[in-house]
Design a protein around this ligand. Structure first.
Ligand code: SAM
Ligand code: SF4
Length: 353
């Protein structure tokens, strides 16, 4: 392997047909691709009100570069699912073309890859049909509260009706399942969480609460100040929801699921307890940032550059080998609870949630 490829130190040579396997035996099958670090919201837990810099334009992967790297991941490295995220992925011109290009790829098993999007849904009402026609299958929409005042407090923008319209359009376009991601807010969760759950059950959306993680944003993160899984469950039951754990294991999914019955409403709810019940031992993710860096863990301090080698003429084999070796060094766990924990150098919006 030529020196200019900047091979991660300490990684062994791995077989040229190996999947993305790490030292602890985990295999990455799920690729998160960040398309931009920019966003039209300013969620307090994710971004400062006035971010002081954005990624320089010339460092962003072009559509062709993205398509090539996604192709390497799917056709050589065993990736079966691709999720486009950001920042706000709907801000990326050419999203439909990127999805269409991804949909033409086939996994190492000959299957169409799973293609999904995580979005704040601003503009989704207009684009849901086109995205579905391009090959998008599923969508996760971030919606922390259906109380307009609280939604505006968290996102620092007043766009709740556009999000609700985006969700409806996604359903009408046949995207399924539709998941709603919510980071519960300490000031309002006892009322907002039950209201959001009832809204999602009534609309047929699958609600997923995510514990607030120490990743950028403008609110101070303190472990004992976040809303935990246990507090949420208590608030939902106190409001009248009947929750039962389903018989199946959660597998590689980070969400712990409960079946919900609430009067005539039924469905399920998931809680992603990344802080109080980490799921690192079954993590099957790898991430590609908008500027072409591999991140094997959201919280890793280390990134592996693919953009430089790609632009310097590396072959697909060489790019695949870089990705394998970076994955080999994936940390065992995110270590939020360890004394030496340091926040990653980039916020969630720049890594890709
Ligand atoms: N803009 C899109 C959106 O909001 O869905 C995609 C990017 S966003 C970074 C992806 C997900 O990360 C969102 O569901 C958001 O709620 C979540 N997120 C952002 N910062 C977080 C944090 N500090 N802790 C937990 N979840 C976070
Ligand atoms: Fe934007 Fe998503 Fe971050 Fe909110 S969570 S600021 S919508 S990137």
């Amino acid at each position: 392997m030529p020196a200019h490829l900047g091979m991660p130190a300490n990684a062994p040579d791995l077989p040229a047909d190996a999947p993305l396997i790490d030292r602890y035996g985990r295999v990455a099958r799920d690729l998160r691709v960040s398309l931009t670090d920019r966003c039209n919201l300013r969620c307090t837990y994710c971004m400062p009100e006035d971010p002081d810099h954005w990624l320089p334009e010339d460092t962003l992967l072009t559509d062709d570069e993205l398509t090539r790297l996604i192709g390497v991941a799917i056709t050589r490295l065993g990736i079966s699912d691709v999720r486009f995220t950001g920042g706000e992925p709907l801000l990326r011109r050419g999203l439909e073309q990127l999805i269409a290009a991804t949909a033409t790829l086939r996994t190492v098993d000959g299957a169409v890859p799973g293609i999904s999007l995580t979005t704040n849904a601003l503009g989704l009402a207009r684009r849901a049909r086109k995205l579905a026609a391009a090959g998008l299958q599923r969508v996760n929409v971030s919606l922390d509260s259906i109380n307009p005042k609280h939604y505006a407090e968290v996102t620092r923008r007043n766009h709740l009706p556009a999000v609700v319209a985006g969700l409806t359009a996604a359903r009408d376009a046949g995207l399924a399942p539709i998941k709603v991601n919510a980071v519960p807010q300490p000031a309002h969760y006892t009322t907002d969480a039950p209201a959001l759950l009832r809204f999602c059950l009534a609309q047929g959306y699958q609600l997923r609460f995510i514990e607030h993680m120490p990743l950028g944003g403008s609110v101070e993160w303190r472990r004992n100040a976040i809303v935990t899984r246990q507090q949420l469950l208590t608030a939902l039951v106190a409001a009248g929801a009947r929750l039962t754990a389903p018989p199946t294991e959660r597998g590689t999914s980070p969400a712990e699921l409960w079946n919900v019955e609430w009067g005539d409403l039924t469905g399920d709810i998931g809680i992603i307890a990344a802080v109080t019940a980490p799921f690192c031992t079954s993590c099957d993710r790898t991430r590609l940032t908008a500027d072409g860096q591999i991140r094997t863990c959201l919280f890793d301090q280390v990134e592996t550059d693919l953009r430089g080698p790609l632009r310097a003429g590396a072959s697909d084999d060489e790019l695949a080998q870089l990705w394998r070796r970076a994955t080999w060094l994936k940390p065992r766990s995110h270590g939020i609870d360890h004394d030496g924990f340091a926040r990653p150098s980039r916020p969630m919006s720049a890594i890709g949630g």
